[in-house]
Design a protein around this ligand. Sequence first.
Ligand SMILES: [Mg+2]
Length: 146
Amino acid sequence: MKNGASEVHILLVEDNPGDVRLTIEALRDGRISNQVSVAHDGEEALDFLRRRGKHADAGRPHLVLLDLNLPKKDGREVLQEVKADSELHRIPVIVLTTSSADQDVLLSYDLHANCYIKKPIEYHDFMDAIRGLENFWTKIVRLPPV
Ligand SMILES: [Mg+2]
């Protein structure tokens, strides 16, 4: 495989069940061998990435899809912690959010987000965006070995 692994493991950090469902649906359409894990809030995302608590056996993801507005710990804080952590900072983080505020775009890049995507509202546009990012990040990009 292009990325030296049998599958690409994606951690989806998203609290909205509808967006979780749609994102997984779009990812499954595109490439059957993706492994998708879901964290429903910011604390769970960091527990997963740091293999704590119920995520002690978690595999390290190749990519993180990160919502910004999350319960318990905000996505902005998660991004900051990931990019400040020498064990995690290479993992590409794709911000995927309903916010189109310039301050969120600027803050995300200041915190070293690898890209910023405003979630499209319309179903087909949303699916196209997820398939497009999947194609780019799993087929075109060479990811760092985990
Ligand atoms: Mg949210």
